[in-house]
Design a protein around this ligand. Structure first.
Ligand SMILES: *Cc1c(COP(=O)(O)O)cnc(C)c1O
Length: 383
């Protein structure tokens, strides 16, 4: 039997999930109803935080969080070079400037020394990315942020269910963003959420997701049923009730799926621990990793085959390795608009030449895992 294609990530939807969605489709409320609130409360409870605002994507959640933090024209926000475009785009969308800084070469998490080097009078916030599912060192980040009066926004789109010093993501930053895209830990099709312990941000974010229209229903009913006020520039970033029903159903499986991701990761780590050519990223001792991605670095000095060739050969063998990410400072938009350039983030640029994300998702079988390990090892040893 020819083995099937193994993507780097794959969602899982079962009959319970489908029934939960169908129940909502048969009800009177398709959007902005009780399931949205129920999902917000469930994720907040899962993270042990007070507040949550569900929106239509992780990208919308980042936009919402940056807006809540008061980011606007003239402001600078520090972001790491190794991340998805949305981390920086939310800053640009608010008329502010993303300052792209280098990462730690061992973890590919934002390098705190680099943050300090790039601070200016205009710096308002840092967006820390919990890359691959490993939370940043929020003890050190907090120290720096407090010293310079910055807000910390965590882009935890990779790290739902991860912990730093036993505290889960959601509690680690001022505002934390999750994504429920199908490649992430749990899915709503498209969807995202901002969680926080600080009630100051909440009304602002609820308005932002609804055209900037004031969400004070009490006041509205006192005045007139038709009266409303647009008090900010907002968007339609609402999420539907049937998406939230899917999210709720998926959330019930998260811990089981996290355990499976960690098990797959430990297989990979054991397999490559002693390899002189394939190096898994470092995991900090204080971290419970959520393993959205399993990233290895190929040692170019030791190998006669390029990363691109390894990638191609893996694909030829049905293994959907991927590369996360092309450093932001190499992207034309940030170069043209914000003066980013090659050479600006040497650690990120060097890592980018070497990284590969191996398949990791909860429905992988032992044979799937062994197949990835064997195939990668044989590609490397034949070269
Ligand atoms: C997935 C992701 C996003 C965006 O989430 P969407 O739900 O796809 O909009 C943002 N940042 C990071 C790091 C991500 O991985």
């Amino acid at each position: 039997m020819k083995p099937g294609f193994l993507p780097y990530s794959r969602h899982q939807v079962d009959q319970n999930d489908i029934e939960a969605v169908v129940d909502v489709l048969n009800s009177q409320w398709l959007t902005t109803g009780a399931k949205v609130i129920e999902f917000e409360e469930a994720v907040a409870r899962y993270c042990g935080v007070k507040h949550a605002v569900a929106v239509s994507s992780g990208t919308a959640a980042l936009h919402c969080a940056a807006f809540a933090a008061g980011i606007g024209p003239g402001d600078e926000v520090i972001v790491p070079a190794i991340t998805f475009a949305a981390t920086a785009n939310c800053v640009a969308a608010l008329g502010a400037k993303p300052i792209i800084v280098d990462v730690d070469p061992d973890t590919l998490l934002i390098d705190v020394c680099e943050i300090e080097k790039h601070l200016s009078a205009s710096t308002k916030a840092v967006i820390a990315v919990d890359y691959a599912g490993q939370p940043c060192n929020y003890d050190i980040l907090r120290e720096v942020a407090d010293r310079h009066k910055l807000n910390i926004i965590a882009d935890s789109c990779h790290a739902l269910g991860a912990c730093f010093n036993d505290a889960p993501t959601g509690q680690l930053a001022d505002l934390t963003v999750f994504s429920f895209h199908p490649v992430k830990h749990i899915t709503t099709g498209e969807g995202g959420m901002v969680v926080t312990n600080d009630s100051r941000w909440i009304e602002r974010m609820r308005r932002f997701r609804n055209h900037g229209i004031t969400a004070d229903h009490h006041q509205r009913s006192l005045e007139d049923t038709w009266y409303y006020e647009v008090v900010d520039l907002g968007y339609n970033y609402r999420i539907t009730d049937f998406q939230c029903a899917l999210g709720l159903s998926q959330l019930g499986k998260l811990n089981k799926w996290l355990a499976k991701r960690r098990e797959i990761a430990s297989h990979y780590t054991n397999a490559f621990e002693t390899s002189i050519t394939v190096h898994p990223l470092n995991v900090l001792p204080a971290v419970d990793h959520a393993y959205h991605l399993y990233v290895v670095r190929l040692d170019a000095e030791q190998l006669k085959i390029s990363r691109a060739e390894v990638f191609k050969k893996l694909r030829e063998n049905g293994i959907g390795a991927n590369v996360h990410y092309i450093p932001l400072n190499l992207q034309p938009y940030y170069q043209k608009r914000f003066g980013a350039c090659r050479g600006q983030c040497p650690a990120a640029e060097a890592a980018y030449e070497q990284i590969l994300s191996l398949p990791i998702f909860p429905s992988m079988t032992e044979q799937d895992i062994e197949r990835v390990i064997k195939t990668l090892k044989s590609i490397i040893s034949n070269n």
